[in-house]
Design a protein around this ligand. Structure first.
Ligand code: UTP
Length: 471
């Protein structure tokens, strides 16, 4: 039996030019041999060979045009204007009637943040220290309360984050989200290959190096894990998508949903105006009248730095990882040829060397393959771009505090600044150097806050306005 297994495996790795994967076979106990065999059989070697040889598979399939132009975009909501109110009401009606579900992607390895746990566990509440998962679930609970709808959360993990996420959420009773409204599902992985030789790296004698297949892996995972079917059963027609690393994400914002519905858009993308050309966000552009997102690393400095006569950036629209999808569009794309291609990224990956010793390379040594969810944009009918106000909806947590931007410190500052504006509008005063954090279940927005704060209230010390707070 073991011999038959080995013979079959040897044929597979030999055909793929990956014989080294069996270098330690003889030293493994049968269960560990089986583990390695399962991993090897799961690898799509022809695909891997194609991806390794091709400079950039995604570019091969969709060559970038020479001159991307700025996308047409719905401007920032003009509060109080009749049209805007109608749009918001359209979104609110869809929320109330249970047509919405939420996808939150939390499978990334969070390597830049340098936090030893899933990023969703990172304490981001400036005063409360609530973790990212809780901050976002609080927002969802507030929306569910306002619209009296049991909007479910489809939370994507990866093998790197799954078990810890499950335990963490269970030990906190899902931060109040009913169990029947939480679907935690795990994304797929791709083998990591040596950048020079294209050989799959071993992580141990019985396992290969695997990395999550990118946030675009959500498409296949939603289907495979039955989430698209569950959404259909629940009568959900639209899925709001956000990333776990944005504590200010306005989950299920009725204005954004209203824009999406009025345009009959299959995919709606919220963008923010870039502050400087080199900002590390994807660029939402229009090419041959088709919307696309070009990674910051794929845009030449000349293109990124182009300015209009008024001095503003020409390619101004930054991707913030917030989208709304028609469920049927996702269903269609799961099986479509226009689906998601893989991108290659040169990254540092520790591995097991040929001599059985662990190697920790000082520089990037490997290629990881990732799919990006935003590559769906060109395939979407009636796709639209909606501009968001960065002050109220974007606080990325990407880097460790040693970096200058997109750190926990900058994100907390953005949260506090937003709450300070609401408090000022509500007539409250915050003493110098004092921090006030607002849980969305206390107040979702400035308007709600104004109804909950006594006129002239003074915050003399750091305060956290939680769900059960009374002032
Ligand atoms: P990023 O691309 O910023 O990656 O993910 P990351 O893993 O969080 O951080 P680095 O690059 O290793 O430092 C953006 C969002 O997409 C999710 C992340 O969890 C985050 O919410 N993501 C990313 C996945 O869910 N799966 C992936 O394979 C990659």
């Amino acid at each position: 039996m073991a011999d038959a297994l080995y013979t079959k495996l040897r044929e597979v790795v030999r055909n793929a030019g990956q014989d080294h994967l069996l270098a330690h076979w003889e030293t493994l106990a049968p269960t560990r041999q089986q583990h390695l065999a399962d991993q090897i059989f799961a690898i799509d070697f022809p695909l891997l060979t194609e991806l390794t040889r091709t400079p950039n598979a995604s570019q091969m399939r969709r060559p970038p045009a020479a001159h991307p132009s700025p996308p047409p975009a719905v401007p920032i909501e003009s509060a109080g204007v009749a049209d805007a109110q109608r749009t918001r009401a359209t979104g609110a009606t869809a929320l109330r009637s249970g047509q919405l579900g939420v996808i939150l992607v939390a499978g990334g390895q969070g390597s830049r943040l340098g936090f030893d746990h899933p990023k969703g566990m990172f304490p981001i509440g400036p005063v409360s220290n609530r973790p990212l998962f809780q901050v976002l679930i609080d927002y969802l609970l507030a929306i569910r309360g306002r619209y009296q709808a049991s909007i479910p959360l489809f939370l994507m993990t990866s093998p790197a984050t799954h078990d810890e996420t499950i335990d963490f959420l269970a030990s906190h009773q899902r931060f109040g989200l009913p169990s029947e409204d939480l679907y935690v599902f795990c994304q797929g992985t791709m083998p990591v290959v040596d950048a020079d030789s294209g050989r799959v790296l071993l992580d141990d004698r019985d396992s290969v190096c695997l990395s999550p297949d990118g946030h675009g892996g959500v498409l296949a995972a939603l289907k495979r894990e039955g989430c698209l079917a569950a959404a259909a059963d629940r009568g959900i027609d639209h899925l709001f998508y956000a990333q776990v690393d944005n504590p200010l994400a306005q989950i299920c914002d009725p204005w954004l949903i209203g824009c999406h519905l009025q345009a009959d858009s299959e995919m709606t993308t919220q963008v923010i105006r870039k502050r400087d050309p080199q900002e590390r966000v994807g660029n939402v552009v229009s090419i041959d009248e088709q919307l696309r997102i070009i990674e910051y690393s794929d845009l030449s400095p000349d293109e990124a730095g182009r300015r209009n006569p008024d001095g503003r950036l020409t390619l101004w629209a930054g991707n913030m990882g917030v989208h709304v999808f028609q469920r049927q569009f996702l269903e269609r794309m799961v099986t479509s040829d226009e689906g998601l291609a893989f991108h290659r990224a040169l990254k540092r990956t520790p591995f097991l060397g040929a001599d059985g010793q662990r190697v920790t390379p000082p520089l990037p040594n490997s290629i990881k393959f990732e799919r990006f969810i935003f590559d769906l944009l060109p395939a979407a009918r009636n796709a639209i771009v909606v501009e968001g106000d960065p002050v109220s909806c974007f606080a990325p947590v990407k880097n460790a505090d040693t970096a200058a931007t997109d750190t926990p410190t900058t994100a907390k500052r953005l949260m506090l600044d937003l709450y300070a504006t609401w408090l000022a509008a509500a007539g409250a005063t915050i003493a110098e150097g004092t921090r006030v954090e607002i849980n969305p279940r206390f107040a979702l927005d400035a308007g709600e806050l104004a109804t909950r704060i006594p006129a002239g209230h003074v915050f003399a010390a750091d305060s956290y306005l939680g769900p059960d707070q009374h002032l």
